[in-house]
Design a protein around this ligand. Structure first.
Ligand code: C2G
Length: 130
């Protein structure tokens, strides 16, 4: 039984998110998703997500690929989360390439290519300009 973990904000959920979630699910038997908290986002990007953490967790929990969801409260707690959820593999998009190699003592790490031409930031810009 291989347990896979991935992390993200997943704000204004889009097909790029589904692509990484479904590919992460294919790499194991059980998929755990850490959803970044509103505070974590504020500290990182200086703005709150469009959808709050409760709604973002609800969306992730409802996907057929996802077995378990929790709130990610700090980027530095990766190792603690990996241990707590007994993950064998960490999957991230390649915008994070190399950034989480420090957990390799505890589990495997794979960076998957991002889906081109779609992001939450771009969606927000397009909607604003209409
Ligand atoms: N993603 C993707 N293709 C896109 C957009 C996003 O593959 N076009 C992937 C990202 O690489 C990431 C996941 O979808 O693996 C979630 O993306 P974000 O919501 O932007 O997550 P982020 O804010 O980068 O948070 O602990 C890590 C952070 O919580 C990641």
């Amino acid at each position: 039984m291989k347990r896979v973990i991935t992390f993200g904000t997943f704000d204004v959920f889009h097909v790029g998110h589904i692509n990484i979630i479904s590919r992460a699910a294919e790499l194991g038997d059980f998929l755990i998703v850490g959803v970044s908290s509103d505070e974590l986002n504020y500290n990182k990007k200086n703005r709150y997500p469009i959808y709050n953490e409760t709604d973002r967790m609800k969306i992730l929990s409802s996907l057929k690929y996802v077995d378990e969801v929790f709130l990610e409260e700090s980027l530095e707690l990766k190792l603690e989360y990996i241990r707590k959820y007994e993950a064998d593999l960490l999957v991230m998009g390649d915008d994070w390439e190399g950034r989480f190699d420090w957990v390799k003592s505890e589990c495997d790490v794979i960076y998957l290519p991002r889906t081109p031409s779609i992001s939450t930031t771009e969606i927000i810009e397009v909607v604003k300009s209409r």
